[in-house]
Design a protein around this ligand. Structure first.
Ligand code: GLA
Length: 680
């Protein structure tokens, strides 16, 4: 019935005392909508895996050797006089992988590691937020101050960010300053020393320069934060207020990755009067190789839409316990095709690695598991990936007409967002992607596999099309011209709404397709807008609704990507200065609380508050959540069992690729044998 709010069944199902605190708030909301307040149905994990957790010092340390060993490939360059001897290329105390946690032990040099990806390198200036094509390229190039990926293996009470370029740090007793010490004497791939000049440039000319679209937005560590350089290898952050370990999580991939200041500083407008911010952002184009990096491999060949070849970095600052310089592979290659192809090729054995996150392939993968000759085995983990429908909550940013301005006001109305959530039939959506037990409904925010998620905290406005219709009626959105489409109030325009989605990710496409009839059932006309670069839209604000992968697992990580802790984030509410909704202010307060504490139980409790506020207010409309499986070819050794596709970071970091290797007999021929990056 469209007869108004009385027709909707109102259910309360409180499972915890905490959730019942929300009654007061929701009763107010009820007066206009009578939308049921339920929590997300419980679900069993599909993963039966037990992982043996270790201590934070068990994976690696920093230690010097009297003499280092190197690959025959770099040795040939030393012999030819093109590189200094390995002992001179290493830092004072290299990062050293511990053999105990390398399941197949010390590796063998040589061979190639084949990736297949769906992304394309935009450029290499990660300082200015450019993407290198994802699927592992970024992670491989952007070495960061701290590291999160391997934390899935660490005992929860020790699971604070791990050292990487910053080898240790110390908080002042009032926690208003943090002193960090860099690894000493590590070098960029062209031999230049990595030191606090790079940190100074990263922070002052990129992060804190609002004209640069850095991954860590201005003020992400709190307004008033300043950087003090103490020496070539040590620096200090000074904060306005006490902070905690969550700050360290913001300094991991991607926010805390410095770039080569000796290359980029001369191109930055603050240091070059001929430069513009645009010329700076494009200062390391994808077509000019090799680039300078601290990563294990250096891109040397890029054939557009075909291939990227990366060769070992002769200055890489990591070793194993036998003093062998890492990595073990001479080369990694990235075939530039599609994300689905990544899984297809991993299953076929022509690619070595895939995060199987496209559930359309799951059934096939499970079948293949029964074949002992299959090149990979798929092991499903907990539900860690999810898809949401986002509505653009900015009042003005990217608005190009009065109609859009009115739409944005609708999106900012929680009753409208609840109606959209009630319109989404998650079961049908899930089945349209893959038949079988793979999906569970999602309420947005933390996914079920997150240690920060409790089902009773996820307020869920489940499928109820007639309820959705009643809410929309109540908002005055009637079909005033009788053409089957609701109009804006007072005989306004038809409710025709763009839905942005990726044109290169099969799950996103299927979900958007499935949503069409669900929108029609509530009198809204959706117009699908597929794009191979959805970032471009979220960057300029020119979008209305957006269906995309969106999953939060770790409360301390990327807080700014998920909550409006800066004016530039999250993607669905950019340029939010003075524009925040009251519940967003609450979220910001909670987020600040996470950044300000060193008490993990307080983080957990704040995360629970965030999940309740976020889902009750339908910050984003959660759609479905699924487990994923990591596919790594059996030739590849040291792949630690149980590595999740995504938890603290993508598996590309979680498996610690610098330690992977293939025994000599099974190594594949390199695409470019005998070659290393050479700089003029
Ligand atoms: C893309 C892929 C993910 C993962 C990341 C790594 O987003 O879809 O599976 O490989 O890149 O950055």
């Amino acid at each position: 019935s469209k007869g108004g709010m009385m027709g909707i069944e109102t259910k309360f199902k409180f499972k915890s005392k905490a959730a019942s605190l929300l009654v007061g708030v929701s009763m107010l909301a009820m007066s206009s909508t009578a939308s049921g307040l339920e929590t997300l149905p419980e679900d069993k994990s599909m993963s039966g895996m037990k992982i043996e957790l270790v201590g934070r010092d068990d994976l690696w340390t920093y230690k010097s050797c009297d003499n280092y060993n190197e690959s025959p490939l770099t040795k040939s360059y030393v012999d030819a006089g093109k590189l200094p001897p390995v002992n001179e290329r290493m830092p004072k105390e290299p990062w050293m992988a511990k053999t105990d946690q390398m399941v197949d032990g010390i590796g063998e040099y040589g061979g190639t590691f084949r990736h297949v990806i769906g992304g394309r390198p935009e450029g290499f200036n990660w300082l200015a937020g450019q993407s290198q094509g994802w699927g592992g390229i970024n992670i491989q190039l952007m070495e960061s101050l701290t590291r999160l990926g391997p934390l899935w293996q660490i005992k929860p009470d020790e699971a604070n960010p791990l050292p990487n370029l910053a080898k240790d740090w110390e908080w002042s007793s009032d926690r208003k300053s943090l002193t960090m010490n860099l690894i000493e004497g590590a070098r960029w791939s062209d031999g230049d020393i990595f030191d606090t000049e790079d940190i100074d440039f990263w922070w002052n000319d990129n992060v804190q320069d609002a004209n640069v679209a850095s991954r860590l937005p201005k003020d992400a560590l709190g307004a008033g934060t300043t950087l003090e350089i103490l020496g070539p290898y040590s620096f200090k952050f000074n904060f306005d207020e006490p902070k905690g370990n969550a700050v360290l999580a913001q300094l991991a991939y991607m926010g805390g990755a410095p770039g080569p200041s000796h290359v980029m500083k001369p191109l930055h407008p603050a240091h070059n009067s001929d430069a513009t911010y645009e010329s700076y952002a494009n200062g390391m184009p994808a077509s000019v190789l090799p680039i300078v990096t601290l990563g294990a491999y250096v891109p040397v060949v890029h054939k557009v839409d075909e291939l990227m070849v990366m060769k070992r970095n002769p200055y890489y600052w990591k070793v194993d316990e036998e003093c062998n310089q890492l990595p073990y592979y001479n080369e990694t290659i990235y075939k530039l095709t599609s994300w689905d192809d990544r899984t297809t090729q991993a299953l076929a054995g022509t690619g070595d690695f895939s995060n199987m996150e496209n559930p359309g392939n799951y059934v096939e993968a499970l079948k293949q598991n029964k074949d002992p000759n299959s090149p990979v085995k798929s092991v499903f983990g907990t539900r860690l990936i999810a898809w949401d429908l986002m509505m653009n909550l900015s009042s003005d940013f990217g608005v190009s007409s009065d109609y859009e301005r009115e739409l944005r006001q609708l999106f900012r109305n929680v009753e409208f967002r609840k109606a959209i959530s009630h319109a989404m039939d998650r079961d049908t959506m899930g089945q349209s992607v893959a038949r079988g037990p793979f999906f569970h409904p999602h309420a947005g925010g933390f996914v079920a596999g997150s240690p920060f998620h409790n089902f009773e905290d996820s307020i869920y406005y489940g499928y109820n099309a007639s309820g959705a219709n009643s809410i929309l009626d109540g908002l005055g959105l009637k079909d005033s011209d009788g053409n089957g489409i609701r109009n804006l109030p007072n005989g306004g325009a038809d409710l025709v709404i763009d839905i942005l989605h990726s044109s290169t990710r099969s799950t996103d496409i299927k979900l958007a397709d499935a949503a069409v009839s669900m929108f029609e059932a509530i009198g809204i006309k959706p117009v699908l807008k597929p794009s191979d670069n959805t970032d471009a839209f979220t960057d300029n604000g020119n979008w209305s609704m957006f269906i995309a992968r969106e999953h939060w697992v770790v409360a301390t990580k990327n807080i700014g990507d998920r909550l409006p802790t800066t004016t530039q984030n999250p993607a669905w509410h950019r340029d939010n200065g003075g524009d925040l909704l009251p519940f967003e202010e609450t979220l910001v307060e909670k987020a600040k609380g996470i950044l300000a504490t060193n008490d993990l139980s307080e983080v957990a409790s704040l995360a629970r508050d965030i999940q309740r506020v976020r889902t009750e207010n339908v910050y984003t409309v959660g759609l479905i959540q699924a487990p994923a499986a990591l596919l790594i070819n059996k030739r590849i050794k040291n792949n630690h069992p149980g590595a999740p596709v995504y938890m603290y970071e993508w598996a590309e970091d979680g498996v610690m690729r610098e330690r992977l290797y293939t025994p000599k007999a099974d190594q594949l021929d390199e695409f470019l044998p005998g070659v290393l990056a050479e700089y003029k």
